[in-house]
Design a protein around this ligand. Structure first.
Ligand code: ADP
Ligand code: MG
Length: 680
């Protein structure tokens, strides 16, 4: 409906300058945009209670006839109180309204209405204060409740919405062509809009929602695919010689088949003249993604080009740096670290080495993407733990070379359907095999009455030469992370580990201090690490065998899985101890999932079902457009939209066919917020 998108919201009756401002705050500037402001929920007005059955304090609908004139009185402060009597077959009730001068005109003596409100039992019988009401003939079964903002109440939005809907022409321009709607049994746009706002019944509401969700996810899907095809530029950095075998000889172990497959997939892309590498390598914690990236870096460098490896935290970056430095020790590869906490002079030296081409491989944090960093011939970009980087950051790093190859590594197992959406612009290789000899991890769920015993067990393991992590309770917002981690650690040291070297790691520490603590833990100088979740990503200390997590119920399953992945990395048996006093069914179910499976993908699916997609990426960090009606947790509709997109791309010329002009317009609209120009 491009036409209603051109009609300003001010053109609705009753919307003056002040109200328009309120709509602007919701991002609504046009009537078309108002129509996509969907109800948060619905009130069911079809569920009528007899007055005699009304319970004290309940919010109910009654269907009653006005049985008296309105009597109004003024309070001492000048407010009007109006009362009237109503009755149904079962009994009578009193209605009370405040400050409504027109109530006697709105409610006619002898007429029947549906009243909805909170009822109470008073000495005078049933009373309802300030109910909303509607003529019986006009009472909607399901009445919409909109998300509100200051200055706009629900009734006002309803009035505006009714006007807006009445402006829809009989033949609405539907972005979904008839053929597609018929094939996939979807409502037309007009029916969908009418029923999402003022549903005739539950069934039609469901159909309306299904149609709107399918359209939105379809638009998202097609937009991401367009992004992917745009990114398919010809290969400007052809890597003709494969040095994977030479690299493997540098390793102290042999690669798993899954690792080899992932490397092979990437090499095929990098060799081919038509397209560059643009791939996500997804592998559970400990599956050895670093070796895959390292192998590709080695090959690219041996072909005479530069590589950049970006990780989200300083600790992780330094760990990658140290292990790659050691790995490439016997080669002539020049490798450098670039993080925010380096001295200015050090950063300058690294940057000049990158610009001259003297440095082959740089490993860094966000410091890599600042304008000051310039490369000589950057041909390959690796980002680790991609879900923490936005699409924009990825693009910024890529812009530092001439269409460099991209490898994204994710340790967060993402349910397949969600992965298709989030990483819609990438090819995917999955490492579905762990290196041999990995130990089982026993996961135990205990309550705090057993904490002392658990700590005794941790102590015993440490005395046997092992190391352990304890993740301290998550702090409530506003509390000091630092104080609570330090207090918690102090208590442990005092009462349980007075003779054991304990380190503390939390988010507020200076990077250099964090590094020092991590290095001491890695060198086995510290035996126990008490930490907040900063240890979540990627840390690799094979001698650590216990991961104990306080208040486990407060973490997402995927986070717990990541934390657990810090142990069981060596040859010793490992344990994960979840401490929780929360006994709600849902939280027990979640934690039990952790005890029964180690399969990251299964855990991710469970997490998605139980908590929604929020855990897979910070609120908007993923760089996807904001959806108005769909949820990425809605796997069924994601799959449907996938199917429709496949169908359209298979049978039609989507980019040129006239019948898809509307849908192409919706793509631009949806992606406007992400600033991705290729889509506008
Ligand atoms: P992740 O996929 O979680 O990033 P890493 O790359 O950190 O995993 O690897 C985890 C550990 O497994 C590291 O200590 C690494 O040296 C080791 N590793 C990687 N590949 C193999 C392999 N094929 N055989 C044995 N050990 C391996
Ligand atoms: Mg890793």
């Amino acid at each position: 409906m491009p036409s209603l998108y051109a009609v300003k919201i001010e053109e609705l009756r009753g919307v003056g300058k002040a109200k328009a401002e309120c709509f602007y705050r919701l991002g609504i500037y046009s009537v078309g945009q108002l129509l996509t402001y969907y109800p948060r929920t619905y009130e069911n007005w079809s569920d009528i209670t007899d007055i005699s059955d009304v319970e004290d304090g309940a919010t109910v609908c009654i269907r009653a006839t006005v049985g008296s004139a309105v009597s109004s009185n003024y309070t001492r402060s000048g407010k009007i109180i109006s009362k009237l009597a109503v009755y149904d077959e079962s009994g009578g009730a009193e209605l009370v309204f405040f400050n409504n001068k027109y109530i006697d005109k709105m409610l006619a003596y002898g007429a029947e209405y549906v009243f909805r409100g909170k009822a109470s039992h008073t000495l005078d019988g049933v009373q309802m204060v300030a109910p909303t009401f509607s003529k019986v003939s006009e009472a909607a079964n399901l009445s919409p409740i909109y998300p509100l903002t200051a200055g706009l109440n629900n009734n006002f939005i309803i009035k505006c919405m009714k006007q807006a809907l009445s402006m829809l022409p009989d033949e609405v321009n539907d972005p979904l062509p008839d053929e597609i709607r018929r094939k996939f049994r979807l409502f037309g746009l007009k029916a969908a809009l009418l029923n999402i706002h003022f549903p005739e019944n539950e069934e039609k509401l469901e159909l309306a929602r299904k149609r709107l969700v399918a359209e939105e996810l379809l638009v998202l899907n097609l937009g991401l695919r367009r992004l992917k095809s745009h990114k398919r530029s010809e290969n400007k950095n052809i890597i003709s010689n494969d040095f994977s075998a030479e690299f493997e000889a540098l390793l102290p172990f042999s690669l798993t088949n899954a690792q080899k497959r992932a490397i092979g997939d990437c090499m095929n892309d990098m060799k081919s003249p038509e397209q560059s590498l643009n791939r996500l390598v997804q592998g559970d914690v400990g599956s050895g993604k670093t070796a895959v990236a390292a192998s590709l870096c080695y090959t690219v460098i041996k072909n005479g080009m530069q590589c950049a490896f970006m990780a989200p935290t300083e600790i992780l970056t330094e760990q990658h740096y140290n292990s790659l430095k050691e790995l490439f020790n016997k080669t002539d590869i020049k490798i450098a670290l670039l993080t925010g906490s380096l001295k200015e002079s050090e950063k300058k030296a690294v940057r000049s080495g990158l610009e001259s081409g003297e440095i082959d491989l740089v490993i860094g944090t966000h410091a890599l993407i600042t304008d000051k960093t310039v490369f000589n011939n950057l041909a390959f970009v690796v980002t680790d733990e991609q879900h923490r980087f936005g699409v924009a950051q990825r693009a910024k790093l890529l812009s530092k070379g001439n269409s460099p190859h991209l490898l994204v590594m994710s340790a967060t197992p993402i349910p397949r359907t969600l992965g298709l959406i989030i990483f819609g612009d990438l090819d995917i290789s999955i490492i579905d095999e762990l290196p041999p000899g990995r130990q089982e991890i026993d996961t135990l769920l205990i309550d705090s009455s057993k904490r002392d015993r658990a700590l005794g067990f941790v102590r015993k393991e440490i005395l046997r030469g092992r190391q352990a992590y304890i993740v301290c309770p998550l702090v409530e917002e506003g509390d000091s992370d630092l104080a609570s981690a330090e207090e918690y650690a102090a208590e442990l040291m005092l009462n349980h580990f007075s003779d054991i070297p304990v380190g503390i790691l939390h988010g507020k520490m200076k990077p250099a201090d964090k590094e020092a603590v991590m290095a001491d833990f890695q060198r086995n100088k510290l035996k126990l690490l008490v930490a907040t979740t900063v240890i979540e990503v990627g840390i690799d200390v094979p001698n650590a065998t216990i991961m104990m997590i306080e208040n486990a119920e407060r973490f997402g399953l995927s986070t717990l899985h990541q934390l657990r992945g810090r142990v069981g990395r060596g040859t010793e048996k490992s344990w994960c101890i979840l401490v929780s006093d929360n006994t709600s069914d849902i939280s027990l179910e979640r934690l039990k999932t952790m005890c029964t499976t180690r399969d990251g993908f299964k855990i991710a699916d469970a997490d998605l079902k139980l908590r929604g997609p929020g855990d897979f990426f910070g609120s908007r960090q993923h760089g996807l457009p904001e959806l108005s009606i769909s949820s990425l947790a809605d796997t069924r509709n994601l799959e449907l939209s996938q199917k429709i997109a496949d169908y359209i791309l298979m049978y039609y010329d989507f980019e040129h066919d006239d019948m898809y002009r509307g849908l192409r317009g919706e793509i631009s609209r949806l992606f406007k917020s992400t600033g991705d120009e290729t889509l506008n």
